[in-house]
Design a binder for this molecule. Structure first.
Ligand SMILES: NC(=O)c1ccc[n+]([C@@H]2O[C@H](COP(=O)([O-])OP(=O)(O)OC[C@H]3O[C@@H](n4cnc5c(N)ncnc54)[C@H](OP(=O)(O)O)[C@@H]3O)[C@@H](O)[C@H]2O)c1
Length: 242
């Protein structure tokens, strides 16, 4: 990280240490953004930062727990202070766990809702005044899920969190559309990441993190008079089919 250059656009990516978040960070570097990268694991963030810098971006790794409101507030402020502005927020950090609704641990549900839903809501609230202060428009992306569109069994809290994200994103769009801010919920099916590597589905049939990053690139590149508010990505062949 070096001196501020206000000519470049700035993005903030949560969950940028690996998987979909890392692929989106690399795409943003290719698109000419400087990028604040948030996750807990400093080592994984350093790797993402190196990959973004190799593509010509300035990268600001911020090792924070997004479920802690104080840490999240400080992270957004650090992004604006060190990179000079904020134009694009990518709400991606999230986790997944299995469990039947009749036996699940309610504390685990609380944590999942905090991480997958409430942290993205809070990040959006904190980032929007900065995004709205820009003159060229901006964007808020949410990495939701197919579980935000249809209900799967054994995933009740995850499905609830992702349905919440899709609803929240749609409402945020209504609030900021007249001010030129794009808002999009990307809803992928199974993507090959650390979340899915041990679930027993066929990894070879899964979406790749770079496919999700390409959907985000498409959204960001749309002309200013149009906004793809939801993008659904299905694996072509069903990973659960043998
Ligand atoms: N993989 C799929 O099949 C799939 C499908 C649809 C949607 N999604 C969604 O895509 C998003 C990314 O998932 P992924 O598959 O790329 O998972 P992943 O490889 O496990 O990456 C998750 C990222 O979120 C970060 N994270 C987790 N808890 C955090 C916390 N408390 N504070 C800050 N950062 C935190 C992780 O870093 P640390 O652990 O170091 O904090 C990591 O960088 C999630 O919202 C997920 O629900 C995934």
């Amino acid at each position: 990280m070096t001196a501020v250059n206000n000519q470049r656009r700035v993005a903030f990516v949560t969950g940028a240490g690996r998987g979909i978040g890392r692929a989106i960070a690399r795409m943003l570097a290719e698109e000419g953004y400087d990028i604040a990268l948030l996750a807990r694991s400093a080592g994984e963030l350093s790797q993402t930062a190196r990959e973004c810098e190799a593509l010509g971006a300035r990268a600001l790794p911020i090792s924070s727990d997004i479920t802690d409101p104080v840490q999240l507030d400080q992270a957004i402020e650090q992004c604006v202070r060190d990179l000079g502005s904020l134009h694009v927020l990518v709400n991606n950090a999230g986790a997944f766990h299995w469990g039947s609704a009749d036996t699940a641990d309610p504390d685990a549900w609380d944590h999942l809702i905090d991480l997958n839903l409430k942290s993205s809501m809070r990040a959006t609230r904190l980032a929007l005044p900065h995004i709205l202060a820009g003159e060229e428009g901006g964007a808020v992306l949410f990495i939701a899920s197919m579980a935000g569109r249809i209900a799967f069994g054994m995933n009740a809290a995850y499905v609830a969190s992702k349905h919440g994200i899709v609803g929240f994103a749609g409402s945020v769009f209504q609030d900021v559309r007249e001010r030129g801010i794009k808002v999009c919920a990307i809803c992928p099916g199974l993507v090959e990441t650390s979340i899915t590597d041990d679930i027993g589905a066929d990894l070879a049939k899964m979406i790749q993190p770079e496919d999700v990053a390409e959907a985000a690139r498409y959204m960001l590149r749309t002309p200013s008079h149009v906004c793809p508010t939801e993008i659904i990505l299905q694996p072509q062949r069903a990973p659960w089919e043998k």
